[in-house]
Design a protein around this ligand. Structure first.
Ligand code: HEC
Length: 120
């Protein structure tokens, strides 16, 4: 009995740890059946400007180490990196932006929907 309980608690700790590193990918997040009302003009451009472009713009005074290849100035650049943007910042994924000033969960949910629908 004691051994079974120990095994069960080890398993639940393992599941917890796995969960922390188990990012949701864009393929796991369907576009709603009716599509999205969000567009680059109404949402994506402003979201990226507010949360990402201090480091990920070509003309950022300091990129704080953000890779040159990951510049989000245009819709084409955003679409080209949609899978990585999703895994770092959309839905429950919160590793971007770095630091404590995260956008709220409802904004990340909107980012997820917009990207999952092809970033219209
Ligand atoms: C304060 C600066 C800063 C801000 C703001 C920032 N990033 Fe980053 N970003 C970095 C740095 C530094 C790296 C390289 C280290 C790393 O990958 O964690 C990076 C790397 C990345 C990468 C490439 C690595 C990968 O996992 O593919 C993506 C994609 C990314 N960021 C997305 C975003 C998104 C989306 C936002 C806004 C929601 C954002 N970042 C906001 C600094 C920033």
């Amino acid at each position: 009995m004691i051994r079974a309980a120990a095994i069960a608690s080890v398993a639940s700790i393992a599941a917890l740890v796995a969960g922390c590193f188990d990012a949701t990918t864009i393929d796991e997040y369907p576009c709603p059946p009716d599509g999205t009302a969000l567009t680059y003009a109404s949402f994506g451009e402003d979201f990226l400007a507010a949360n990402c472009e201090t480091c990920h713009a070509a003309d950022a005074p300091s990129r704080h180490g953000a890779p040159e290849a990951f510049t989000f100035d245009t819709l084409d650049q955003v679409r080209g990196h949609a899978d990585r943007i999703f895994v770092r910042a959309a839905a429950g994924n919160t590793t971007m932006p770095p630091g404590p000033d995260d956008p709220p969960a409802d904004e990340r949910a909107r980012l997820a929907e917009w990207l999952a629908c092809g970033a219209p």
